[in-house]
Design a protein around this ligand. Structure first.
Ligand code: NOJ
Length: 534
């Protein structure tokens, strides 16, 4: 039964809504735009759409500063547009996952306005207020993730409030039972509207050290890194009390059939896997960002897959992410040729893959001129390479003006090569990364081994990583050359004699595969092995 669960079998596709499709001519994408592109997403073959925040927001942090958890920002449309989108996604068999941002609200949220209005306001404790330190100044040394102190002084009431991100994003106090209930009600509000789950923003941040002790210095910090790296975030996040909170969210979701809880967690593997929770009462899918941070070498990738597979709790379902709206895109990190190998890796590892919009086109990092920077983090700490705009640019659909994204100049520049790198141009091009991605998705959907089968490493060298996926007598082998030079590896006897299903390069090499397997530079092969005799 578990193998039938959609979020185990399926592929999640992340949409950054500002950049998917504009329909009302303001240069920013909207819900109606997503609706009009549903057929494309069904054609691509993904199963679920995760949409970054669409709630009313002053947009200090691209919508991750929510001013009302139960409505839609007019920039994106209305609740009616949302309902229509959910309905039409479901008609196509597509699930819809919302971004839930519970760690902080916008400073414009009615709750925060009330909270800051006086020390005795009933909502005072819904946020994190502290007196100044004994000698004056902020209550502790915690740093904002976007640079500067994480505390802002409120003149009117003489206390500081805590914000892990911008001062326009005050942290909510999850130790307050009323706040918790209000947030759980928010989940119900959207579940009742038919959403299939949530990706929970910075879930490991929700509970902090109740004593709010200083964070220790980070001995590994070097100048030029973002300010947040100066300290080890040991007291400001990843507190053990978090498991009770997540179990509470799960309980709400478990009241509805077949919903998924995904947690955004940037922690090392041994900490990450604890977010499945005691007895799997935690996140169904604690997002696994290991492929984003690894060096792109065969031995490093094999080692992290081994470590992750080895540390997953019994019954915990794996997942893999290559890029997202906060990170450099995969093609920017490893180049166009390896981006194709990466697509094969993502779509053939064991566990739910998350595909970031535009990566199926091999979208590069887009150069953002200074006067067009939108990202508040880049504005706070300019020039050190942390800007997130290069990964958030509009989806190029075709060769019409503004790449078919909008009738006006888009909010961020298009990729320079949009005349050739766009959906319409690449759709019917057999050698494009879009065709490759679609083929890999189709193979994954057709084969139980790839979808839910076992993972077994076969061999690793400095250059090549080979592994198997197996279910019953079905066996598929992925052989990935992580370098630009041809490589030959020797396969054990029982893995010889398969036929190639797909190559990351334009032409599929001749069958059959013998004992010596030669991969061309930047080649990944997916090989179906002969079924084993029973
Ligand atoms: C993580 C989100 O993915 C990122 O875009 C945002 O800036 C922070 N959380 C704060 O909400």
């Amino acid at each position: 039964m578990a193998e039938r669960t959609w979020w185990k079998r399926g592929i999640v596709y992340q949409i950054y809504p500002r950049s998917f499709q504009d329909t009302n001519g303001d240069g920013v994408g909207d819900l109606e735009g997503i609706r009009r592109r549903l057929d494309h997403l069904a054609w691509l073959g993904v199963d679920a759409l995760w949409i970054s925040p669409i709630y009313p927001s002053p947009m200090a942090d691209g919508g991750y500063d929510v001013a009302d958890y139960r409505d839609i920002d007019p920039l994106f449309g209305s609740l009616a547009d949302f309902d229509r989108l959910v309905g039409e996604a479901h008609e196509r068999g597509l699930k819809l996952i919302l971004d839930f941002v519970p760690n902080h609200s916008s400073s414009q949220h009615a709750w925060f306005r009330e909270s800051r209005s006086s020390r005795t306001n009933p909502k005072r404790d819904w946020y994190i207020w502290r007196d100044p330190a004994p000698g004056g100044g902020p209550p502790n040394n915690w740093i904002s993730n976007f640079g500067g102190s994480a505390w802002t002084f409120d003149e009117a009431t003489g206390q500081y409030y805590y914000h892990a991100f911008l001062k326009e994003q005050p942290d909510l106090n999850w130790r307050n039972p009323e706040l918790r209930e209000a947030m759980f009600d928010t989940l119900r509000f959207w579940l009742e509207r038919g959403v299939d789950g949530f990706r929970v923003d910075v879930i490991w941040h929700l509970m902090k050290d109740p004593e709010m002790r200083d964070n220790p210095p980070n001995p590994g910090y070097t100048p030029g890194q973002p300010a947040i790296n100066r300290l080890l975030q040991i007291h400001s996040a990843d507190h053990p009390d978090i498991y009770g909170v997540i179990a509470g969210m799960r309980k709400v979701l478990d009241g509805y059939p077949d919903r998924v809880l995904i947690g955004e967690i940037y922690l090392p593997i041994e900490r990450l896997v604890t977010y499945y929770g005691p007895d799997l009462t935690g996140a169904h899918l604690p997002f696994n960002f290991q492929l984003i941070h690894t060096t792109w070498r065969a031995r490093d990738i094999e080692a992290l897959v081994r470590e992750y597979e080895g540390k997953l709790p019994e019954g915990g379902w794996p997942n893999w992410v290559l890029s997202n709206h906060d990170q450099p895109r995969i093609a920017a990190r490893v180049g166009q040729a390896q981006a194709r190998v990466a697509a094969m890796l993502l779509l053939t590892l064991r566990g739910t893959p998350t595909l970031y919009y535009g990566d199926e086109l091999g979208m590069p990092a887009v150069h953002i001129p200074r006067d067009r920077v939108q990202d508040p983090w880049e504005k706070n700490e300019p020039g050190i390479g942390i800007g997130r705009d290069p990964s958030r640019t509009p989806m190029p659909w075709d060769r019409s003006p503004n790449a078919g994204f909008s009738s006006v100049e888009p909010w961020l520049p298009l990729n320079q090569d949009w005349h050739s790198r766009n959906v319409a141009a690449m759709r019917d091009e057999p050698a494009s990364i879009l065709t490759l991605t679609r083929n890999l998705i189709a193979l994954r959907r057709e084969r139980k081994s790839l979808m839910v089968g076992r993972y077994a490493p076969v061999l690793v060298t400095d250059e090549v990583f080979v592994y198997l996926r197996e279910a019953g007598d079905e066996r598929v082998m992925a052989a990935l050359n992580l370098t630009g030079d041809p490589q030959t590896v020797h396969l054990p006897d029982h893995l010889q004699g398969g036929h190639v299903l797909v190559s990351t390069l334009a032409q599929v090499p001749a069958n059959p595969v013998g004992g010596a397997l030669t991969l061309r530079g930047h080649e990944g092969l997916l090989i179906e092995l002969t079924r084993q005799a029973a």
